[in-house]
Design a protein around this ligand. Structure first.
Ligand code: FAD
Length: 512
């Protein structure tokens, strides 16, 4: 019964779309009862970037995977239709990647977010894992898995992102050097392809689809379920910050910590361009005054943030681990401090910053962010490039710099990394541009500046690749993928031959 109802509603929409598209024919919400399948909403044309706003013609709020499959089956069978479809997780993209101008946005959060945890028994082979909807948020998975004393191994800094959204990109944070990105910690996926086929895939079953979708920018299919690897969760985390006034020593210490995966559980680093930046990044981690260097002594500092898991078995174990780490470091004495917090609070630290920014009206503002993977050989030159192009004393937002290891990434996935076998730095220039201090012209200037930086950083001597970016043209996309472009195109032809999916990325025009 429900199936028939849903199919009828989708058919109605498609027929109207086929006739009317690209005109914006549905301007007001349409009530389809409790299934609430089709309506337009403002949220589907807005993302965290707040730079591009592309209204769709309609929004699908699926109640099951079948709804998504039906829609894509219908669209791929309709030779007259030119409708595109974008999955929207939490909409935390910067450049409209989850938008679909005049197309259909599928709001993935409407899928039932049941999370099933499998805790491995002592005598059982295999792993503990969670089966979770592609539209669920990482914070929901954390809350549920902690009830079993378990948690995923690899994280993003912010947890209010969807499982399907981060798996379509990579998913990185301070655990990546140790466990790889989130896309290296997935055991199995359910995917609805651009042709409407619902396929369960894994590294050994329909593996081409599995690897295509991971880091695949939403181009090959919609992730409706993911099986995420879990491990024992620590009770608490000992969380450190150490300061530097010398970039070379900062980098050297980061590389030292990467070489100690048995001791260090989390490693990030950031530039501290001004006092305000230090305060705003310390909301979840307040610094005792004497532990923070003064800006009268230097114009810029660097900070390493690392953490050690505390399973509360024997307190001395953590202390000994910390001592082994810190005695080898060369931070600016005496500027180091630590706190001990619950594992949940540690992972959820950016939420506190979000709340503070929201309270000051500074969260829902434009975010012209720039994220780049920079090979070790280019990191110093890239740092100079950043400093030459930005006025640090005015800068609002964090500038992250921390190392990851390429060998923790599976090269079969669609994710793009620089062409190097060595260590890679992720650099995140996470700038806010609140309209009160940055006009539309100023915002456009930042976007142009970012393009300049990307242009210079893509040259061979720096060898950087963008992360989470929308490329301005097909030529840029080809150069972004480099040697993997042909594989990416072949995967598109196989799983979404009409290029229905992921129009917001601006890679493939819809085939009619
Ligand atoms: P959306 O913006 O909704 O979608 C992103 C892309 O994925 C789109 O192309 C969309 O069509 C596609 N997509 C969404 N759901 C699915 C699905 N189920 N199946 C197939 N395709 C899908 N990233 C990191 O790696 N590390 C971080 O530490 C980090 N921190 C962040 C902090 C903040 C405050 C913000 C705003 C972003 C951060 N990000 C980080 C970036 C984030 O991982 C990406 O923007 C990610 O895409 C966001 O997930 P989302 O659910 O909001 O995706």
């Amino acid at each position: 019964m429900e199936f028939a109802f849903i199919f009828t509603k989708i058919n109605i929409l498609i027929i109207i779309l086929a006739i009317c598209s690209p005109c914006k024919f549905i301007q007001s919400p349409m009530d389809f009862g409790s299934s609430s399948l089709l309506q337009t909403t403002n949220t589907s044309s807005i993302d965290f970037g707040r730079i591009i706003f592309s209204p769709p013609s309609a929004v699908l709020r699926p109640q099951s995977t079948d709804d998504i499959s039906l829609l894509l089956t219908f669209l791929s069978a309709s030779s007259f239709s030119k409708v595109t479809v974008a999955a929207r997780g939490a909409g935390h993209s910067i450049h409209a990647q989850s938008q679909a101008l005049d197309g259909i946005v599928i709001e993935m959060d409407s899928l039932p977010s049941d999370i099933h945890i499998h805790k491995k028994l002592d005598d059982e082979h295999g792993f503990s894992y969670a089966d979770v909807s592609g539209g669920a948020l990482w914070v929901e998975l954390l809350e549920e898995s902690l009830k079993f004393g378990l948690a995923p191994r690899s994280w993003t800094d912010y947890l209010y992102l969807s499982i399907g959204g981060t798996l379509s990109n990579g998913g990185i944070s301070g655990q990546t050097f140790k466990y790889g990105p989130q896309i290296s910690n997935v055991l199995e996926l359910d995917v609805v392809t651009g042709k409407g086929d619902l396929i369960t895939c894994s590294p050994t079953k329909s593996s081409e689809l599995f690897f295509a979708v991971l880091g695949g920018l939403g181009q090959f299919g919609i992730i409706t379920r993911a099986r995420i690897l879990l491990q024992d969760a620590p009770e608490k985390v000992k969380w450190f910050r150490a300061f530097y006034d010398d970039f070379d020593i900062f980098i050297k210490d980061q590389e030292l910590l990467v070489s100690m995966p048995d001791l260090v559980d989390y490693l990030e680093g950031f530039v501290v361009p001004n006092e305000e930046s230090l305060l705003s990044s310390s909301i979840a981690f307040p610094a005792p005054l004497h532990s923070v260097p003064s800006f009268h002594l230097s114009n810029v500092y660097y900070c390493i943030e690392f953490a050690v898991h505390d399973f509360q078995v024997e307190p001395s174990v953590v202390e000994q681990t910390v001592e082994k780490i810190t005695t080898q470091m060369s931070y600016l004495q005496p500027y180091i401090y630590s706190v001990e917090v619950s594992y949940f609070d540690f992972l959820n630290r950016v939420r506190m910053e979000e709340m503070s920014l929201r309270a000051r009206g500074l969260w829902e503002v434009p975010h012209p962010w720039l994220n780049m993977f920079v090979p070790k050989f280019g990191i110093k030159e890239f740092k100079d490039l950043l400093m030459d192009n930005m006025s640090l004393n005015q800068f609002k937002g964090p500038i992250l710099i921390y190392p990851i290891l390429k060998n923790k990434w599976d090269t079969n996935t669609s994710a793009v990394l620089p062409d190097t076998e060595d260590l890679i730095y992720i650099v995140g220039v996470l700038q806010s541009a609140a309209p009160a201090i940055c006009s539309a012209e100023c915002l456009a200037g930042i976007v142009r500046r970012n393009r300049r930086i990307v242009g210079a950083a893509s040259a061979e001597r720096i060898g950087a690749k963008q992360y989470l970016a929308q490329q301005p043209s097909l030529l840029h996309w080809r150069s972004h993928f480099g040697g993997e472009w042909n594989r990416f195109v072949a995967r598109k032809a196989r799983f979404d031959p009409l290029a229905i999916l992921g129009p917001g990325q601006g890679i493939f025009p819809r085939v009619r």
